[in-house]
Design a protein around this ligand. Structure first.
Ligand code: UGA
Length: 453
């Protein structure tokens, strides 16, 4: 089987590499020449455990190629995935510019029956727009090739992307009715067979339901997180422990344990963007989405909670205070800094006059770019920020440790050394890594999220 994947960002690259690993002949396309050249040399532009080796092997086995030439990539391929970015526009709606450009290029190129698959997260109705663009191109070319636009949203998590792809909870296939839809279904079933044949994991539905399913999944996850964050803020005030509450409700099988961790608010490239896009869809259709509105509002508030704890303890003016930061990426096992809570916390600490020394096990280069970008208007603040190469080095002489990402490496520190390195035994933990009673026994003043004060 031969497929093309347009867009070699997170989703496209993982999709292409994983299918190639399963024996499919894959060509990945990207418009960024520099990125394609780096990929051709085997350099992976993102940090994702296992992806490097997988791409290397697939390229060596000649099952995975990279190109900037969409026409060359699409020609002769029966399945073409669109996996380009859909960033938020100013008004919160998903910017479909790249998706529709890809559709246009597909329409200019296809030379036989083709299944075009939207893998990017796109608002309901996008497949119809993609269909219209391709149809117009075919008409302009004066050719009549049959094609189908299907929706096959991706549910992989950064940091666990390969495992999520290779062992999916479900494969959602949104297909149009009729014979062409059935033909597309047969091709996609073949493609996904290695992942689904032992357990029936494919869910067939109409295209619009598949498109909405993706937003529904991310919105449900975001809702759980915001719900727990609000309860954690309440727990702080009433003297309860959100970790006990999490276990207390997670044990109810109807609720389950996942995505109930309180913290700094959800970030990353998906949940915030998708919530904004879903709100925009509600606005467009005049449908009230009150829960979704509240989820986003709660998340905006949650970003401020740890900082409030810091200023309540140390004062609004933090001039002369030096902070060590552990964790900069929006979550562990990624170098992704998009919508990372660290960006807010760093800016606010610097604004109040503090000096900051940060460390992240994977995101140092990305963090450097992000902070230089964020603080371009404030060179004096930027001068008070330093990034170091180790967790220990970040601690030296700090008045307090602030934990922003729950990397495994931070979970079991040598508490004696930690205490000795800090000027005062003060820890602000936005990820609830340690039991408060243990921290107390170790002589720390410990401020976490929803853990009894
Ligand atoms: C998310 C979804 O989990 C994936 O299923 C989906 O495919 C992906 O978006 C996407 O749309 O492409 P991802 O953004 O990689 O994946 O990260 P998550 O693991 O979902 O974490 C999102 C945010 O929620 C992070 O900031 C994380 O720290 C936060 N979070 C997560 C919590 O605050 N508490 C939790 O219990 C879980």
């Amino acid at each position: 089987m031969k497929i093309a994947v347009i867009g070699s960002g997170y989703v496209g690259l993982v999709t292409g590499a994983c299918f190639a690993d399963l024996g499919v002949d894959v060509v990945c396309v990207d418009s960024n020449t520099d990125k394609v050249q780096r990929l051709q040399r085997g350099e992976i532009p993102i940090y994702e455990p296992g992806l490097n080796t997988m791409v290397e092997q697939a390229v060596a086995n000649e099952r995975l190629q990279f190109t900037t030439d969409i026409a060359q990539a699409v020609a002769g391929r029966s399945i073409v995935f669109i996996a380009v970015g859909t960033p938020s526009s100013e008004d919160g709606s998903a910017d479909l510019g790249h998706v529709l450009q890809a559709a246009q290029a597909i329409g200019q190129t296809i030379d036989g029956f083709t299944v075009v698959v939207d893998k990017s997260t796109v608002p309901v109705g996008t497949a119809d727009r993609v269909h219209a663009v391709i149809a117009r191109q075919l008409q302009e070319r004066g050719v009549q090739h049959a094609f189908v636009v299907a929706s096959n949203p991706e549910f992989l998590k950064e940091g666990a992307a390969i495992d999520d792809f290779m062992r999916p909870d479900r494969v959602v296939l949104g297909l149009p009715p009729g014979e062409l839809g059935l033909k597309a279904r047969a091709l996609l079933d073949d493609l996904y067979a290695p992942l689904t044949r032992n357990h029936q994991r494919t869910l067939y539905m109409d295209v619009r339901s598949a498109e909405l399913t993706k937003y529904a999944a991310n919105a449900m996850l975001a809702t759980r997180i915001s719900f727990m964050n609000e309860l954690a803020n309440l727990a702080d005030v009433v003297g309860a422990d959100i970790e006990s509450v999490r276990q207390g409700i997670g044990s109810d099988r109807r609720i389950g344990y996942d995505f109930l961790y309180a913290g700094l608010g959800y970030g990353g490239s998906c949940l915030p963007k998708d919530i904004r896009a879903l709100r925009d869809t509600g606005r467009q259709y005049g449908v009230r989405l009150g829960v979704i509105d509240a989820v986003e509002e709660a998340n905006a508030h949650q970003k401020k909670v740890l900082l409030q704890k810091i200023t309540t303890r140390l004062g609004e003016d933090l001039t002369g205070c030096h902070f060590a930061l552990w964790g900069l990426a929006f979550k562990p096992n990624t170098d992704d800094m998009r919508d990372a809570p660290s960006r807010y916390v760093v800016r606010e600490l610097l604004r109040r006059g503090a000096t900051v020394c940060g460390y992240d096990p994977a995101a140092m280069a990305e963090a450097h770019h992000a902070f230089v970008h964020d603080l371009a208007d404030q060179p004096d603040w930027l001068a008070r920020l330093r990034l170091t190469e180790s967790a220990d080095a970040a601690l030296a002489g700090a008045d307090a440790l602030v934990i922003l990402t729950e990397w495994k490496a931070f979970r079991t520190p040598h508490f004696g050394k930690l205490r000795a390195a800090l000027r005062q035994p003060l820890v602000f933990d936005g990820r609830n890594l340690y039991p408060p009673h243990r921290m107390q026994a170790e002589g720390f003043e410990y401020h976490a999220i929803g853990r009894c004060g």
